[in-house]
Design a protein. Sequence first.
Length: 165
Amino acid sequence: MTAPNPFGHPCWGLQFFWWAVDPAGFVGLFQSAFGPVPSAANAHARAVDEATARARRRHPEWFDARCLDDACPEQRGEECPVTHCLVRLARGPYLFTWDEEHDDRYTRYGVPKRPVPVSELPGDLAAAARLVEVGFTFDRAVRIDLSYPGGQEVLSATYPASTGG
């Protein structure tokens, strides 16, 4: 069996987003430009991109989250690496970004105070999120890997050492 091309998104090399749902029904929003993308999201890239564009118009804070930590370089007018700070959202999805600089995995950088369940999303966005269902919860996952052992697509999570895994 040939593994799907995880770099097959039409916007690969440019910033784009994909969505996923965890077993608790909460939503994760993944930002990428050079990272792999699950095959289901790639296969429906146009629908995912259209739903994402509508979500961005309705909830720009999900896409433009910035660090508010006084120690963050961004507070001094410098660029903040997204993995430096943990962004807090009042309500929204868990936020992940591709981290090619440090370890070639998706890194969680945004944690909502009140996570959005997929059941509360508009139909097109809920459908886009349900394309990728993961077997771990976003509230504890700090890093997410997408790999293809034996040709099978596997999304797996890394947890902080203090909470087990």
